[in-house]
Write a protein that binds this ligand. Sequence first.
Ligand code: BMA
Length: 351
Amino acid sequence: MAISAVFSSCGTAPVTPAEELLASLGSAVESGKIMYGHQDDLMYGHSWRLGSDASSYVRSDVKDVCGMYPAVYGLDLGGIELGDERNLDHNLFEQMRASAIAHYERGGVVTFSWHPRNPLTGGDSWDVSSKEVVASVLEGGSVHELFMEWLSRAADYLESFRTSDGQAVPIIFRPWHEHTGSWFWWGRDLCTVEQYVALWKMTYDYMAVERGLDNIVWSYSPGAGGVTEEIYMERWPGDRMVDMIGVDCYQYGSSQQYADELRNALDIMVKVGRKRKKLLALTETGYEGIPDASWWTGVLYPAIKDYPLAYVLTWRNACDMEGHFYAPWPGQVSAEDFRAFADMEKIVMIR
Ligand code: BMA
């Protein structure tokens, strides 16, 4: 199913680029569509990486398999905070921007996660050696000034996404994700509820209010593991600072375990989304290495099809890590099944 038919009408009268995106996502959800997304799709694939000459951004493992691009293109800001030329997965920031604009101009949607360094220890996002990190970036903390500089670099970058005629590209931004787990420095055991909420508020106030970035759709995405409605909402930043809600959920064990965990999370999101009037998405998912040849139509699709999801995004196809991929490539065991998934009436891809 190709996207053009879906994105023709907007419900209310949106004013900002972010509101326009929310309105079109909302009408797609109302018509029962779910967009398919893939992280880093245009940057590299299972056995290739963009060179310096790749100006047209046409290569994609997903397209090589089914002839269509994912409708949602995920990217990560990690590294922007230090002004790096490349992000944590070796993508040139400049190429990320150019490919995201190309994707938007094809009719697609762009989303960013952020795995920033640890501002207190100098380690990475996964450095959980100190429980003082969130406290230290908040106002009055020892690295507050440094962290505000990090936020300003991220804001500069997100602000720079413009089409050739100067139109701002809307971006679904998903900061401080999987915070119900404790593997990132902003995770559940690493800061208090108040500190997490203050971190979100500081990020939002700086980017949305002080800098006035009106192209950002704010997305909240806890992890699925052991989540209850109470845990899902424990660190809720507030209705004003969240536009969409999601969940990150991967298959590690059996398909049944995955489907159960996913449905549990999606049921919670349906309740929360209804109450707070927020759109829903499966913000990260996948089965590493996709060893199940019918995973797409046999496991993922049945688990999501009855939920009003704006999109489902599978994680990246690393070209430099053996077996670390979440979308098929030509010849991969689930490629044929993925084609059937991509052709489903409900599933939205772009050409
Ligand atoms: C993780 C892995 C890492 C990667 C990180 C950020 O899930 O894929 O290799 O660096 O996401 O993209």
